[in-house]
Design a protein around this ligand. Structure first.
Ligand code: SAM
Length: 233
């Protein structure tokens, strides 16, 4: 199974229809520069993907990233995959008319069509997977891409040394509070991330992409506890 019991508890809100409806408010308060991360992702993919590219989006629930990519590139079509039905429903709502260009699949990477796709993304999602499952998942993403196709991954990834980890988690919380989130809710999130999220060091995450076969892997985004990379199949 892709997730163990602890992780399922952390992911429970994605399965809750009421929580999923509020999803859109959350990420920009926890992820500095989220709108620009989406904008840069579209620009990086467009360096190689043609105007009518077919793009695989893993962890597509909520629809924020799909909507940003669909708005940036009116000719692209998408396959979005996510295990949480409530988050897929929210994606349909957020997409509006752009939903006509998106096929949504409930499930994990193994439920994604074989492709081959012209590009792929996995945003704010790989941190939910233990290292072994992460490596397997990124390998399966790679297998579904045309040779040379771009892949963007961005997720929680920061130094894990004892002192550094606590300091960066404090900064993660400070950003969310400064962005207007209720401090009690932020503390719950910080504690949950600390206890359950299988965060890797940025160097380990980069190694996962290389191990899966991606070449020219480059860091393009670093914001407190978040990192983003572009690589090519
Ligand atoms: C924080 S949301 C990010 C959604 C979207 N990518 C965005 O940028 O807003 C994480 C999503 O990953 C999904 N998810 C969790 N584990 C997953 C897995 N193993 N494979 C695919 N999606 C997963 C969750 O259901 C949730 O919808």
């Amino acid at each position: 199974m892709p997730h163990d019991e602890k992780m399922r508890a952390l992911l429970a809100s994605f399965d809750d229809p009421e929580a999923a409806k509020r999803y859109g408010e959350g990420p920009r308060r926890f992820v500095p520069g989220l709108a620009d991360l989406y904008r840069m992702t579209a620009l990086l993919l467009a360096e190689r993907a043609t105007r009518n590219a077919r793009v695989l989006v893993l962890g597509a629930g909520g629809g924020l990233e799909l909507r940003a990519l669909a708005d940036a590139q009116p000719g692209w079509s998408f396959v979005g995959v996510d295990p949480a039905a409530a988050m897929l429903n929210e994606a349909r709502r957020v997409l509006g008319p752009a939903a006509a260009r998106v096929a949504l699949h409930e499930g994990y990477i193994d439920d994604a069509p074989e492709g081959p796709f012209d590009a792929a993304t996995c945003l704010l999602t790989l941190h939910f997977m233990q290292a072994e499952e992460r490596t397997r998942t990124v390998g399966e993403l790679h297998r579904r891409l045309k040779p040379g196709a771009p892949f963007v991954a961005a997720h929680s990834s920061f130094p894990q040394g004892e002192n550094a980890r606590a300091l960066w988690l404090a900064r993660y919380a400070a950003f969310a509070i400064a962005s207007g989130t209720d401090p009690e809710q932020v503390e719950k999130m910080r504690a949950a991330v600390d206890a359950h999220l299988p965060v890797l060091e940025p160097e380990q995450d980069e190694a996962v992409l290389r191990h899966a076969g991606f070449s020219n892997v480059s860091l393009f985004y670093a914001a407190f506890t978040w990192r983003g990379w572009i690589g090519y199949a």
